[in-house]
Design a binder for this molecule. Structure first.
Ligand code: HEC
Length: 197
């Protein structure tokens, strides 16, 4: 038996191969949204009812973008719409060009104040109005539930009543307004630079 055929040397190669496979698999998993499943489970119940994520998304999630809205089309922004998703969902989007199944997107609405600052007419977000939530559903899980369809769960929550959605029928309360974004899976992607590398 040649000296390099000791058991230790014979195991070295398979161990190296297994280690590499494990490393590759773990590397692939790192682009999967690690937190997505647990957040999904706290947001969607077995019947498809949707509740607000009970996490500190302002601190722990990624801001996709903020919309400043001048409702009167003159005096600066009257509202701010800031859109959040989990970091894992953002990483998945960057790699795959779409959000993963069970991804949760939150759009927070706030009123705004506007004033003449040294930069110009500046507007900034103030008190809460509510949250729009979309939950990706690639499997058509809740076909008979009024808040699910077209690849998403859809819900709105008033700041004054965050425990329960104010929405009953996404087709009449959400979808029509999102038709211009249909080709992008119903999302207004243009304001979310973080989704591009
Ligand atoms: C009056 C039209 C209108 C209605 C009704 C509406 N949306 Fe939207 N939604 C928009 C527009 C336009 C944007 C992006 C610009 C903005 O926020 O003003 C948007 C953005 C969003 C976003 C951020 C992600 C994205 O698509 O870019 C979420 C989440 C969202 N809407 C969910 C909902 C849900 C859920 C409902 C129903 C409960 C709903 N929307 C109803 C027009 C609407």
């Amino acid at each position: 038996m040649p000296s390099n055929c000791k058991p230790a040397a014979m195991f070295a190669i398979p161990v190296a191969i297994i280690t590499s496979i494990v490393a590759i698999v773990m590397g692939l998993q790192s682009i999967e949204p690690a937190q997505a499943k647990s957040v999904y489970q706290s947001v969607v119940d077995a019947k498809g009812n949707i509740s607000l994520p009970k996490v500190d998304f302002r601190k722990d999630w990624t801001v996709l973008g903020t919309w400043a809205i001048d409702y009167d089309k003159k005096d600066g922004a009257k509202g701010f719409h800031t859109v959040y998703a989990e970091p894992g969902a953002v990483a998945y989007f960057r790699a795959n060009g779409k959000f993963p199944d069970q991804a949760v997107i939150v759009k927070e609405l706030r009123n705004a104040k506007t004033d003449a600052l040294t930069t110009g007419t500046a507007s900034w977000p103030t008190d809460l109005v509510g949250w729009f939530v979309m939950v990706k559903d690639a499997k058509g899980r809740f076909a008979t539930h009024g808040l699910w369809g077209d690849g998403w769960g859809w819900a709105f929550f008033k700041a004054s009543a965050p425990e329960k959605t104010a929405t009953k029928d996404y087709k009449t309360e959400c979808l029509g307004c999102h038709v211009p974004a249909q080709k992008d899976d119903w999302l207004y992607l243009r304001a979310y630079p973080v989704l591009k590398k």
